[in-house]
Design a protein around this ligand. Structure first.
Ligand SMILES: [Ca+2]
Ligand SMILES: [Ca+2]
Ligand SMILES: [Ca+2]
Length: 629
């Protein structure tokens, strides 16, 4: 058997080729048409070519075993003849150390001893492909994994135990100090290896509106709508604060309530807290979409999605009607701007709001009332669901039952955890919730500072009434857990825009990590409503896992079933917990300690808390031209 013959082994094996081909055959190389190189010159070396001969027999060792030795030899000899002829006519016979190995069903991988340069591979590929006896010749190039490089944000607030710890990797053990324990965080850095978002994704933020901020790119904030209807032009009073009712400017003019307001207009401000403006919508927007990697401020969850700001809340919260109309407008449905008097000759809508040209698939709502879901909410949510739109709603911060609409069917209700994965002391809990993730844990509750953390560092504003300079501050509340979920849904849609509403909700739940366990902490109940052990019946399906949520989106895109990892149980039995447990339940269940929030309150926010004024921001704001408007 000559050295270029195929081996006798019943299984296809590598075949070595060398110069020992008959000289007569080498001389047969003829002029060849060299096609344009399919490989860019800068491409890395190519390990070989995959070549299929016309009418090539399939690699079938089991069939060869049924043949006589002579039949196998004949079969291989025939193939060898074809290859020898091909090598001769293309000039490949002059190459040394070529190896032929079976590839695919009936192809062969042809590789040199030393990898070809891209140009060499392209030349041989073109010569082979031009031959009539060759069905195809393709490069056996190395395919890279299809991910964007995991970004390492250079934003100064990103790193460190007091920075944006909730964006860091899941980590920690009982041996770590509390600030190094991050077993409750969603693992966004792992998710960013798959996707950092897509500009086609629209996430609506139904909130107090937005303000210009150095870490918010105005190009990523779509023209939204201001749905706040309460404005009395006659008296110049109303929750809207911007001088009119519904309008196309969704910026936040401030939602302060002064003692003078309450005194002058007690009907309108009954039950309202006297407080400065909270800039709640700017914080929620920034947690989702702050500019990542711009060397200033912090990072956001989604680096590309566009935010649709829909202002539904003015001073002292939001009305159900404005929220429901805001939900519908965000989804692209028709909403009235101005109504005629019900007793007018022609009652009904006097003027329609323009249709939203950028319908959102995900709507974040961090406002809610401590009441049962009502038919008005559920009707709108069902309508949106049918349009493929999901509503993410904060569970509320009253240590009790979830607020509405987090307690409505089909809503993605979000409970807040602390960095360890225990329920945050304030968070509501209940069977209607879909999922839980970190929302910061303040020093409230009977356990005080034990297990407290530095909150979620998000954009804000220094204005006490009307907008001032941008800032960053620590925030706590289910208000701020919800946007982590909304941002993750945005990343899921970037991976697979075809996900339906049910897939978005069920994907989050199916991919969630199991709640943490501890021997020192009791399960959440009405008798133990502070920091407590979440279960599937109190804080949703588990802890948000952004990377697994994207794995769900990828699997669904590829039409295969998502299989959740076999998660290990996370048991946390730290010394702090033992100390805390000795104090009894974190929050006494005694009624009256935590008055329920009035309907329509900014559900979510325990704020403004610990507003941190940051030198970088002050400096950048003083420099002309650095403030983005
Ligand atoms: Ca207005
Ligand atoms: Ca406005
Ligand atoms: Ca930034």
């Amino acid at each position: 058997m000559s050295r270029w013959a195929l081996p006798k082994s019943a299984h296809p094996m590598p075949v070595c080729w060398n110069r020992s081909l008959p000289l007569a055959l080498i001389g047969l190389a003829t002029s060849l048409i060299v096609a344009a190189s399919p490989l860019a010159p800068a491409d890395p070396p190519v390990a070989g070519l995959i070549v299929r001969l016309q009418a090539a027999p399939a690699h079938a060792p089991e069939r060869e075993r049924a043949l006589t030795v002579r039949e196998v030899q004949n079969r291989r000899h025939l193939q060898a003849e074809r290859w020898r002829s091909l090598f001769a006519v293309t000039g490949l016979a002059q190459e040394t150390g070529l190896v032929l190995e079976p590839a695919g069903r009936a192809s062969w991988r042809l590789s040199p001893r030393q990898a070809w340069t891209a140009a060499e591979a392209a030349r041989w590929q073109a010569r082979l492909a031009a031959r009539p006896e060759v069905a195809w010749a393709v490069a056996d190039s190395r395919e890279p994994r299809l991910q964007t490089a995991p970004p390492t944000p250079d934003d100064p607030l990103f790193a460190g135990p007091d920075g944006q710890w909730w964006l860091q990797a899941v980590s920690g053990s009982d041996g770590n100090l509390p600030e190094a324990r991050l077993r409750g965080v969603p693992g966004l850095q792992s998710a960013w290896a798959t996707s950092t978002g897509h500009a086609d994704t629209v996430i609506a933020v139904l909130d107090s509106g937005w303000t210009a901020h150095p870490d918010l790119d105005p190009a990523r904030v779509l023209p939204g709508y201001d749905m706040v209807s309460d404005w009395d032009a006659g008296t110049g009073r109303g929750a809207a604060r911007d001088g009119d009712g519904r309008d196309a400017d969704a910026r936040d003019p401030g939602d302060w309530v002064s003692a003078e307001d309450v005194a002058a207009d007690p009907g309108r401000y009954a039950g309202c807290a006297v407080e400065p403006s909270g800039w709640h919508g700017t914080a929620v927007t920034g947690l989702i979409a702050a500019q990542t990697g711009n060397g200033r401020g912090g990072a956001g969850i989604d680096s590309a999605a566009r935010i649709l700001p829909v202002r539904i809340a003015g001073a002292c919260g939001a009305t159900v009607r404005d929220i429901v109309d805001g939900l519908r407008w965000a989804a692209g449905l028709a909403v009235c701007r101005r109504y005629a008097d019900a007793l007018a000759e022609d009652p009904g809508c006097a003027e329609w709001a323009p249709l939203n040209p950028h319908p959102a698939r995900v709507i974040n709502l961090s406002y809610g009332g401590a009441s049962a879901c009502n038919a008005e909410y559920q009707d709108a949510i069902d309508e949106l669901w049918a349009h493929g739109v999901v509503v993410v709603a904060a569970a509320g911060n009253s240590h009790g039952a979830p607020t509405r609409p987090a307690n409505c069917a089909k809503v993605i209700g979000v409970a807040a955890l602390n960095r360890d994965g225990f329920k945050a002391n304030y968070s509501n809990f209940g069977a209607t919730l879909a999922i839980a993730t970190v929302g910061g844990d303040d020093a409230g509750g009977a356990w005080g500072g034990l297990l407290a953390d530095s909150g979620l560092l998000g954009p804000g504003n220094l204005g006490s009434r009307t907008p001032g300079a941008g800032s960053y501050g620590a925030r706590y509340g289910t208000s701020y857990a919800a946007p982590l979920v909304s941002g993750t849904l945005g990343l899921m849609l970037a991976v697979h825009p075809g996900l339906g509403a049910a897939q978005l909700r069920e994907g989050l739940m199916a991919s969630a990590r199991p709640h943490v366990r501890s021997r020192w902490v009791a399960e959440c109940s009405s008798a133990n409503p502070g920091r407590c052990l979440c279960t599937r019946s109190t804080c949703g399906a588990g802890m948000l896992d952004a990377a697994q949520a994207l794995a769900y989106a990828q699997a669904t895109r590829e039409g295969v079933s998502y299989l959740a990892p076999n998660w290990p149980t996370v048991q946390i039995d730290t010394a702090e917990l033992r100390l805390a447990a000795a104090l009894g339940p974190d929050r006494e269940a005694a009624a009256g300690q935590d008055p329920a929030e009035p309907t329509g309150q900014a559900g979510g926010a325990l704020e403004p808390l610990a507003l941190l004024l940051l030198a970088w921001l002050a400096r950048s704001l003083r420099r002309p031209g650095t403030v983005k408007r």
